[in-house]
Design a protein around this ligand. Structure first.
Ligand code: AGP
Length: 603
């Protein structure tokens, strides 16, 4: 994780670095720093805590420069202290470096560098890199960086500046993302596009093993073998305004309300694509098994697809947690289609799962939100979700957009396997196109959901129950609550409750039940009875209310009725709004919850 920004050009570098870091704060926010090239040499300013602390320190220092690098940290090695904050400097104080990733052989390198007289000031793995650059420097910064990173094992995205090179930033990446951009007299670098949206609309996404030189007005790039590469910039269609809150209290609240558009845009862009075109580049004839890989919220979207696809496609379909999948030596090969789901397209666990499956001959489809991300580049085919920029660390609009994309992809695969006729495909798409309106109807229930949050926000534990398609949504509802409100919440398959979690139920235990006419309503009613018999508090979200539900529920939220494949679009926004209002009432940091980062580029 961590976020990197670099700037060279005629403007005040510190302002661009600080605004870029603020837009990358979702990547990590325990400490931050900048290195600026001033007439008196390199000046380093670092602070523990959020970017606002750093901004104040920069203002108090009253320094300015036309070249600089900045960093916001999510600690891996070493506590979040000022000494461990980036940038780090070499022994001479002439070179500064920022890093995102983990250097796995840092201990050996540190020993070696210490024995040659280098002085270390931090406990980070990163600091070895700046001393390696110092060792390798003979007047050419690009060459020094290339030789330094060749000695490092692990993952890195780095930016390096040198006092004797006042017009250049040198960057390199392996395993962690970097994008660069240039205008006629400026050069920019960042971990992710949002940092640079106010300044550029076309970007170069560095490939694995590449080294780049960022200059005022231009970029030079070398591939992993040191050969110069032609730099082709890619337009990114995001609007800089999407990085503003637009009157909402938090980005999360705004993004929850953006879901109708995110889903409509995702469906619209894919609806206009003929299925043959969308699946071109893949050979589906040998496929006997589909494996969805993902993490966190994206895993829950994958699990929704498992429930929808298996009966639709008549094939074994399994959703796998990417960090587990890659190490269990999975039985995948040429007969496997891997569908990797990731908002960022940079989650290292998901990428490594994909690389492992590709090495065994599997074909890969990426379902990705970020254009040009690593997963989008590495998959054989890409389905883009059109959710736009998501800034809140908790995934909301990207989740429902993923489900919309996966539902459509399932229909394409069914058509490709001859299981749907063209007319049936058209009708199924037509049904799916009702999703944005359903989300709008649920968003209109926000005042009722807020009133429920008011009743529940002081409880320390929650259980979420659902069956069938509502089971992954119960998992997602529990994840949303725990990650932003720090309340312990468990999602469970309702039928599993009697195998253990039922022991947790007592008169002060809220149980959120997802109840639909579409998913085993009789069985779920029995599970509700079991909770009631143990005096648990039943908060029921129901799209179909009969007298029994009404009688059992202590609190009831009525959702609009829909067909089975549309359930994610009615239950999810209600669960998101409930978690949001609970967290808001508790006063937690909704958009940047403690210990989390939006893009997880470490294992
Ligand atoms: C969910 O709110 C979190 N942001 C997290 O679980 C996230 O879904 C996970 O880290 C996967 O990220 P990705 O979709 O970018 O791969």
């Amino acid at each position: 994780m961590c976020g990197i920004v670099g700037y060279v050009g005629p403007k005040r570098a510190e302002e661009i670095l600080l605004s870029g870091l603020a837009r990358l704060e979702y990547r990590g926010y325990d400490s931050a720093g900048v290195a600026l090239l001033t007439p008196n040499g390199l000046r380093l300013i670092r602070q523990v805590g959020k970017i606002s602390n750093l901004a104040q320190a920069v203002q108090e220092a009253g320094i300015t420069g036309n070249l600089g690098i900045g960093h916001t940290r999510w600690a891996t090695h070493g506590l979040p202290t000022e000494e461990n904050a980036h940038p780090h400097c070499d022994c001479t104080g002439k070179i500064a470096l920022v890093h995102n990733g983990i250097i796995e052989n840092h201990r050996e390198l540190r020993e070696e560098l210490l024995s040659r007289g280098h002085r270390f000031r931090s406990q980070t793995d990163t600091e070895v890199l700046v001393h390696l650059v110092e060792e390798e420097y003979r007047g050419d910064l690009v060459e020094a960086v290339r030789r330094a990173v060749a000695r490092a094992v692990g993952a890195y995205a780095i930016a390096v500046v040198h006092v004797d090179h006042p017009q250049e930033i040198v960057a390199a990446r392996l395993g962690s993302p970097l994008v660069a951009a240039a205008t006629p007299d400026e050069g920019f670098l960042a971990s992710d596009v949002p940092a640079l949206l106010p300044y550029a609309r076309a970007f170069y996404f560095l490939e694995e093993g590449e080294v780049a030189q960022i200059l005022p007005g231009g970029l030079r790039v070398w591939d992993r073998h040191g050969r110069p590469k032609e730099v082709r910039l890619r337009e990114v269609p995001w609007d800089p305004l999407s990085a503003e809150k637009a009157g909402f209290r938090h980005f999360m609240e705004k993004e929850i309300h953006e879901q109708p558009r995110a889903i409509a845009d995702t469906l619209r862009s894919e609806l206009s694509t003929p299925w043959e075109e969308g699946l071109s580049g893949l050979d589906l004839s040998p496929v006997e098994h589909i494996c969805l890989v993902a993490c966190g919220t994206s895993y829950h979207a994958a699990l929704v697809a498992e429930y929808l696809w298996e009966p639709l496609l008549g094939l074994p379909v399994s959703a796998e947690i990417a960090s587990e999948f890659r190490y269990k030596n999975p039985a995948v090969g040429e007969k496997t289609l891997v569908v990797a789901v990731s908002q960022s397209g940079e989650t290292i666990d998901t990428l490594m799962a994909v690389r492992g499956a590709k090495a065994k001959g599997a074909q890969v489809i990426g379902v990705v939100n970020v254009v040009g991300s690593a997963l989008a580049r590495e998959a054989h085919a890409v389905f883009y979700t059109r959710a736009g920029l998501e800034i809140g660390v908790a995934a909301t609009k990207t989740f429902t957009a993923q489900i919309a994309a996966l539902e459509l992809l399932g229909l394409w695969l069914a058509r490709a396997r001859g299981l749907l006729r063209e007319e049936e495909l058209r009708q199924a798409k037509e049904r799916l196109s009702r999703a944005p309106r359903l989300v709008e109807e649920v968003l209109e229930l926000a005042p009722q959901i807020e009133a429920l949050a008011q009743k529940f926000y002081t409880y320390p534990n929650f259980l979420y129950l659902g069956r069938g398609l509502l089971y992954p949504l119960a998992l997602e509802g529990a994840l949303k609550l725990k990650e932003i409100s720090y309340i312990h919440a468990e999602g469970y398959a309702a039928g599993e409750m009697k195998h253990g979690p039922i022991a947790l139920i007592h008169e002060a235990m809220p149980v959120v039940v997802l109840y639909s006419a579409q998913e085993l309503p009789e069985k779920v009613l029995s599970n509700m009875q079991e909770v009631r018999a143990r005096r648990g508090i039943l908060l029921v979200l129901a799209d179909h209310v009969n007298p029994e539900v009404e009688e059992l529920a202590d609190h009831l939220l009525r959702l609009p009725p829909s067909s089975r494949e549309l359930l994610p679009f009615t239950f999810t926004p209600a669960l998101q709004l409930f978690a949001y209002h609970v967290a808001r009432l508790k006063g937690t940091d909704v958009d940047q919850p403690r210990n989390l980062a939006k893009t997880v580029t470490v294992e």
